[in-house]
Design a protein around this ligand. Structure first.
Ligand code: PRX
Length: 639
């Protein structure tokens, strides 16, 4: 397989970008010809960002799994599609060739169908990082069902919220998941979630950890038993369901500035074309190479750059079940050497956590197969960038700093490995099809270079968010109303003298903790669930490893006894309501919160205090009771 649309020089990038914005239809129409369609599209693009209403490849019909699997079989059937490395280094790894993956996806598509799943049904997938997770995702796409993968770290309550929002009647899960030294009882979390979701008809459970589970008669079935039923039928291939280009492919929930996560919806064709295009171009993938994206498939990075991007390109995608620091901090490097990984795509937080172990874990590792390094999820600091470059890439591997979001489906701003220039801590230039701009708070475009502002995008790329599930108005309000006719990213950015972009972080009430997006309002809601809590306010503060830590100011009614114990109670409440990823790092008990006369919490002040600034807190005269500020500053937690 070669990629006729792979850009191989800076000049080719410049001309592709120019063409893509002058004639998006001509540009993307050409790229899309390299995919397998049941019916060709009538129109490449029609759109407005007011409603918003965006349609790519209208009239086209396809099934994404034919592009990820079937079309590779003849020539590349024996190529590895997925290499899986288990959590425990002593357990055997697995390799699934395209042929084998195709077989397993077809088998499981039958299982889904036999259990009642039909086109358009929502299927929630809550599993650890095992090949069956990718198989379940692809099998949903094969039958035309809409998958909604939920990261294994989310709590029963979070799952229930998402199941209800999507009205998902089917669930695929595991008995448990291994993650480092832990064994997470996934099925029992699902059982707790389902108390609030009586509409769920079927739960299919894969055996991974042999953790005891309770199976509810009529609702729960074992994956293995269901596969056995298909085997006795002789394993016929499952005819891929023909989808409209704009039919939804999946929902993925993500946090915003309100208390309720949004179900971001992506559509079949545009998402396929764009994830493939960006995979091939950003990483400069060469057939036969091993691509290792360390994300979890529960996040968008895993969807786009473990599953759909690489597989649609016939690539070899490495999936890792464990964590970078277990059993020791050399785990990534061992995996790179074991499978001769060529592309390593990870998050700044992982790099920083490995840096903290010093150079010892890198000793004796070859890392000579590496050709390209990538980062995603949060701004990378200079120190982490240099460390990655020097000690992992041996100054020999371009680093791609890829900026994008759940809502964008694929990378929007990034250098292309070895093809376009890179600059430490800069995502650099927009990919073809992407027109970024900076605006001030009044929505005026900020032109020229060496400027900062709010990052917007002017026109649609093929994998732009189509809607938020069940609530189109919310999509309009969240992304398309702050600045008329523009997509607003929620990020701030600067543009340097060369026109390179550097993303500085969120400008809304969304935190980025270890590369995970968490809404402050969500954490506050969870804290407020604790019986003794009167009110709370949550802000982010700089954290050496996590990028941002969570600082909570809490008004507690009648504190009896141990503050530390109360802190632990509150933390475990958050863990139960959202999941361990949202646990506050610091909880300060306060008597009051700085509020304006209209009752709005002045987070700017709380943020400053959390960051360590206790003197210059700006104008506090508009506050209802300015004296609370001094009390809060005095009680600031330093550890
Ligand atoms: O703030 C930006 C940050 O992560 C946010 C998107 O989070 P999520 O939807 O969970 O997707 C993460 C993986 C694509 C963005 O709004 N972000 C992501 N990549 C970068 C980044 N910030 C700086 N540099 C990046 N490369």
């Amino acid at each position: 397989m070669s990629y006729p649309y792979q850009i191989e020089s800076y000049e080719a990038y410049q001309s592709a970008w120019k063409q893509s914005v002058e004639d998006p239809e001509g540009f993307w129409g050409k790229v899309a010809e390299h995919f397998q369609w049941r019916r060709k599209w009538d129109k490449v693009l029609s759109w407005n960002f007011r409603d918003p209403d965006v349609k790519w490849f209208e009239g086209g019909r396809l099934n994404i799994t034919e592009n990820c699997l079937d079309r590779h079989l003849e020539r590349y059937g024996n190529y590895p599609a997925i290499i899986w490395e288990p959590n425990h280094p002593d357990e055997h790894h697995r390799v699934l060739t395209y042929q084998q993956l195709h077989f397993k996806v077809n088998q499981f598509a039958h299982v889904l169908h036999n259990n009642g799943v039909r086109k358009g049904d929502r299927v929630c997938i809550y599993m650890g990082m095992i090949p069956e997770l990718a198989i379940a995702v692809l099998a949903c796409a094969r039958v035309g069902a809409i998958h909604s993968v939920i990261f294994g770290g989310f709590s029963a309550q979070s799952i229930a919220d998402r199941l209800q929002d999507a009205q998902a009647e089917y669930i695929v899960t595991c008995d448990g998941a291994f993650r480092g030294g832990k064994d997470i009882p996934l099925k029992s979390v699902i059982d707790d979630a389902l108390i609030a979701c009586p509409f769920v008809k079927r739960t299919i459970v894969f055996t991974r950890t042999r953790t005891p589970v309770s199976m509810i008669k009529g609702r729960d079935v074992w994956w293995e038993d269901e596969i056995h039923k298909v085997e006795t039928l002789g394993n016929p291939p499952f005819p891929a369901v023909e989808m409209d280009a704009e039919d939804p492919l999946f929902i993925l929930y993500t946090s915003g500035s309100t208390g309720k996560p949004k179900g971001v919806v992506h559509a079949c064709a545009g998402y396929m074309v764009y994830t493939n295009y960006t995979f091939v171009n950003v990483f400069q993938y060469k057939p036969g190479e091993v691509h290792f994206c360390t994300a979890d498939i529960g996040w968008i990075t895993g969807h786009s750059y473990i599953v759909y991007g690489p597989l649609s390109a016939g690539a070899t995608s490495l999936m890792f079940e464990g964590i970078p620091t277990w059993p020791d901090a050399g785990r990534f490097w061992d995996i790179v050497d074991k499978f001769r990984v060529n592309i390593l795509y990870t998050a700044p937080t992982a790099i920083r956590s490995l840096m903290a172990f010093g150079l010892g874990p890198l000793q004796g590792k070859q890392l000579d197969s590496l050709r390209v390094l990538g980062t995603v999820g949060e701004p990378i600091n200079e120190e982490a960038w240099q460390w990655y470059n020097e000690h992992v890439g041996k100054r020999n591997c371009p680093i791609v700093d890829t900026w994008w979001q759940t809502e964008t489906g694929g990378v929007l701003i990034s250098n292309m490995a070895g093809v376009t220039p890179s600059k430490p801590t800069y995502a650099t230039l927009p990919l073809p099809g992407v027109e970024p701009l900076l605006v001030d708070e009044h929505g005026q475009e900020i032109k020229g270079n060496n400027v900062s502002g709010n990052l917007c995008i002017r026109s649609p790329w093929p994998s732009v968010i189509r809607t938020t599930y069940g609530d189109h108005e919310r999509c309009q309000k969240n992304y398309f109303s702050a600045y008329p006719e523009l997509y607003f990213t929620g990020d701030g950015a600067m543009r340097d003298e060369n026109g390179f972009y550097r993303i500085t972080g969120r400008v809304d009430d969304v935190l980025n903790v270890s590369g995970h997006r968490i809404g402050t309002a969500e954490v506050e809601n969870a804290i407020n669930m604790h019986a003794g809590v009167v009110e709370s306010a949550v802000v982010g503060y700089p954290h050496d490893i996590k990028g941002q830590g969570i600082y909570a100011y809490v008004i507690f009614s009648e504190m009896h006894g141990d503050e530390e114990l109360t802190r632990r109670d509150i933390t475990s409440t958050v863990s139960r309501i959202i999941g361990p990823i949202a646990k506050p790092d610091k909880i300060q008990f306060v008597k009051g919160l700085p509020k304006t006369r209209s009752g709005k919490i002045m987070r700017r002040i709380l943020r400053k205090i959390a960051e360590g600034e206790t003197e210059n807190l700006g104008d506090t005269t508009t506050l209802l009771d300015p004296s609370v500020v001094q009390d809060i500053a005095k009680g600031r937690l330093t550890h």
